[in-house]
Design a binder for this molecule. Sequence first.
Ligand SMILES: CC(C)(COP(=O)(O)OP(=O)(O)OC[C@H]1O[C@@H](n2cnc3c(N)ncnc32)[C@H](O)[C@@H]1OP(=O)(O)O)[C@@H](O)C(=O)NCCC(=O)NCCS
Length: 361
Amino acid sequence: MNIALAIDTAAPRLQLALLHADGRTDQSVDDITTGHAELIFARIAALLARNDLVYADLDRIVVTTGPGSFTGLRIGLSAARGIALARQIPVIGVPSLLAISLAAPKNSPVSVLLDARRGEAYVQNFDAPGHPADAARLCPMEIARANLPNGAIIIESPFVDIVRLAQFGAKADPAAFAPVASYVRHADAKPQNAARIARVRLMMKLWMAPAGLHIEPGQTRDAADLAKLHKQGFYRGWSSDEFAGFLAEATTPTYVACDAKRRIAGFAMFRLSGDEAELLTIAVDPKWRGKKVATALLHAAFTDLMMSPVKTMFLEVDELNEPALALYRREGFEKVGSRKGYYPKADGSAATALVMSRNLG
Ligand SMILES: CC(C)(COP(=O)(O)OP(=O)(O)OC[C@H]1O[C@@H](n2cnc3c(N)ncnc32)[C@H](O)[C@@H]1OP(=O)(O)O)[C@@H](O)C(=O)NCCC(=O)NCCS
């Protein structure tokens, strides 16, 4: 076992824990709303001293990465990264909602729901403590509460169990837990690279949909469900592997309409290229058709892509596909061309595709 020092300054508390190689632990907790920066190194020094350790004995640092107090996170991360840099040891950055989930009993499903103020909540579900079932996200408090899974333990306290954090971090793979702040609501955060931008954007995406559904970005684990839905809607279905490939790509954003248990009722997938987006496919489970699910999926994409360089959206549709044509016309798409013999049919013939487009913004 590694000798680990855990630091949490994301909430109004300065928490430290030491984990010895033999599993013994010690902790230091100060309930303070400000002043973390002034106290942190004195507290670390005291904790090390009373455990007969010095900085050189530490094998790794574990730190929470947020969401949480902007200033608190910076202090904790800077201290952790500074010590790690000086000692040439790894820093494990543990997202705060995951860190909080560790307080739940072993193997129990748990949801962490934190008040993010302004009527919003940070929320994330876990199959078991430390095992995310979905991505952390910011959404209206009432949606967050309404979508909490049945039977999960709900944790609403922002305070991490610092000893469990040290135990988790001592075993975690540094490559999977980068010590980078995840503010979720990133008012004054400066994105540092494309991966981080993508992660923060993913966490912020959630849209309302009819009939108790909501819309969120598709994830690679949805591949099999999407392939099944696609087969129900199209003569030539795409395989689960093809969907997994698309879902892993930032250039093919996918939106899924699902319920609180993430059962998927429909999805829409786009391909981005410069200032154009193409609707690659959209399909709604036959049980859910006619309930405005496709409409909500398109609206989510319009809203989301408004923040991107995309100016025009294109699509191709079988000229005989009345429901789809009616949907697209209603959503402002107009015919800009056609492609004869484009869609192969079961009877060996091929149908004409209409090319339609719509401006965004
Ligand atoms: C096309 C499809 C995605 C529509 O999904 P949906 O969730 O049922 O659509 P919505 O409930 O949002 O309907 C919105 C509009 O589409 C049109 N529409 C939807 N179903 C329709 C139908 N069966 N007949 C005629 N128009 C229809 C209507 O204009 C409707 O608005 P309205 O309810 O105010 O009349 C769905 O039928 C489907 O999955 N089809 C199989 C796959 C497919 O063809 N995809 C499109 C490929 S280009």
